[in-house]
Design a protein around this ligand. Structure first.
Ligand code: V47
Length: 385
């Protein structure tokens, strides 16, 4: 039956390629974006997703920390930053970051994800002290910190080449690099929305250097603002080329843009349709990137549950506090407990697998118990937090 649907969606040739494991072209990418038949697209993405990960859906007990919101880049899509002279700008000291880590010592967090603005006032020693403070408070945690954009600033204040800067950060305790700051690899969008930031070539070059010194990273793409389809396909092709070269990307995260409180808030922002389409196209185009994450904070837990059937195999994690996009009701406090993550994945009909920042499996706790088959989810462990 699905073959008939795929044929009528005009995706028969891509279906054959997916079955044979043949790489999709940029034209195929355009076709995937162009189809009105979202379930057919999801079906194709799910073939690849299940080939790679079976029923597993990954989550992590993590803590997101934003050490400063001061940023001199002024990106129009962003509501998080304060300009260096703004009164609501902040910088957390290494001690304050350590307090934040200790505040959650009752939760077995295995990953800390730490990013911030590009703050020109911070010296290189500050970044090293931050890392040390975190590792002192939680020696076993994997630390994923500093986007490629922040790394350029850190290199500037370190007054060293990028590879040496990265090695210093790695020796201090960084384990991986998060995927932020890539936005959309388009000179047009760069000019329009984030011209003070460096361009895609620089982002890719920093990622290449990170991978070469043994720091794996994630990659992102921010969509749903002014970008065009061709630009998104180009973004995927460029990421895929770098991955062929380095194999350093662990996961790709399509970031659903939130317009609220940004300088371009008059734009409507993405819909659930677009969120699912982006996850599916990412899974199909990025054939060499192991994981596709549906970040539940930006995609919502509800869309993320569906995304686990549209190509995503990961939902990020507990998060705890998040500032880049704020929840209208809970503000920066945005978290899921261990039990909620298990429940969310099991109800979606997938097998929860707890992982760390490097996708090493910690535990695959329970067989999946879809609610529609067994509503008694008491067998899922109670919340740890
Ligand atoms: O770089 C900024 C984006 C990124 C908005 O690597 C916005 O595991 C939506 O990269 N609406 C930071 N997005 C987040 C990020 C990330 C998140 C989760 C996991 C990982 C990972 C990485 O958020 C920024 C920017 O591209 N962003 N403003 C906004 N209004």
């Amino acid at each position: 039956m699905f073959e008939r649907i795929i044929n009528s969606a005009g995706l028969a040739d891509i279906y054959q390629k997916v079955l044979a494991g043949v790489r999709l072209t940029a034209d195929d990418g355009l076709k995937l974006y162009g189809t009105a038949n979202l379930p057919a697209l999801g079906y194709l993405a799910n073939i690849v997703r299940e080939r790679l990960h079976g029923q597993s859906a990954f989550f992590v007990r993590n803590q997101h920390i934003n050490y400063t919101n001061i940023c001199n880049k002024g990106c129009l899509f962003c509501s998080f930053y304060a300009l260096p002279k703004d009164v609501d700008g902040y910088v957390l000291s290494p001690e304050q970051v350590q307090e934040k880590v200790r505040a959650y010592s009752h939760i077995p967090v295995t990953e800390i994800h730490m990013v911030g603005g590009v703050n020109p006032k911070l010296p290189f020693s500050y970044y090293l002290d931050l890392i040390k403070a975190i590792k002192e408070a939680r020696p076993d945690v994997s630390l994923k910190a500093f986007t490629m954009i922040e790394l350029e600033q850190i290199r500037r204040v370190a007054k060293k080449p990028m590879d040496e800067t990265l090695l210093d950060l790695k020796n201090a305790g960084i384990d991986a690099i998060p995927g932020g700051g890539a936005e959309v690899f388009s000179e047009r969008v760069h000019e329009e929305l984030f011209q003070a930031k460096s361009d895609s070539d620089k982002w890719l070059e920093t990622a290449r250097t990170a991978h070469q010194v043994g720091l794996p990273s994630n990659a992102t793409m921010l969509y749903g603002h002014v970008e065009q389809t061709e630009e998104k396909v180009y973004h995927y092709v460029k990421l895929r080329e770098l991955q062929d070269e380095t194999q350093g990307f662990l996961a790709f995260i399509p970031l659903s843009w939130h317009p609220e409180k940004t300088a371009i808030s008059e734009l409507p922002g993405p819909t659930g349709q677009m969120d699912l389409r982006e996850v599916a196209v990412a899974r199909l185009m990025l054939d060499n990137v192991p994981h596709i994450k549906s970040f539940w904070i930006m995609n919502s837990p509800a869309v993320t549950q569906v995304a686990l059937w549209y190509g995503a195999d990961d939902m990020d994690g507990s998060v705890l506090e998040y500032e880049i996009t704020r929840d209208p009701e809970t503000d920066r406090m945005q978290s899921l407990t261990h039990a909620q993550m298990l429940d969310m994945i099991a109800e979606a009909g997938r097998q929860p697998v707890e992982r760390d920042a490097l996708y090493r499996v910690i535990e695959s706790p329970i067989p999946s118990i879809p609610h529609y088959m067994d509503t008694a989810c008491d067998s899922i462990e109670p919340a740890l937090a």
